[in-house]
Design a protein around this ligand. Sequence first.
Ligand code: SAM
Length: 188
Amino acid sequence: MAYELRSARYLAADALRQVIRPGDTVIDATLGNGHDTCMLAELVGEGGHVIGFDIQPDAVERTAAALTEKGLISRCTLYAEGHQHIAQRVTDPVRAAVFNLGWLPGGDKSITTLWETNQTAIAAALYLLEKGGICTVCAYPGHAEGDRERYALAEYLSALRPQEYNVLHNRFLNAGPGAPECFIIQKQ
Ligand code: SAM
């Protein structure tokens, strides 16, 4: 498809497609309905590995079902636990880590990502990134926790050493308040 300025998730996916190669190991830090996991599993190919996390068993089940339907489940390891445990579960370097914050679409809106656990997880993911690897974060301001998360995230990422990481912040200036935003961090 031709390049389109469409959404924060589209921008993240576009960067991931350019960086991930067959055989890579990547992290999906928020499984949700499994759309990102399926895309990542296709990008890493048969020899690659996707490691996924979600606190909601329902999200893990939906993701497993989507992967099974597409014949991609054997290249994925899914954990029904919070991404704050990335450092305990993943030890090898990763090519990419994907965070899609907020709540499960179609699910319980009171179960949303929280800045404190995000920070732990993003710090662990950044540490695990190989050189040239990227971490993408789609943030959804416009509700109380989403606003808090987005501002804390921007502050945290702004303080990363430029000798180690390049940090890009994409947002749609004319989309009104609360529009999703995309952060892309690449390890130098
Ligand atoms: N990437 C998903 C997709 O493609 O369908 C959408 C993710 S959804 C916006 C956010 C997900 O984050 C929810 O499923 C929620 O349960 C999950 N979540 C909330 N806190 C979490 C945590 N501490 N660790 C991992 N997942 C978490």
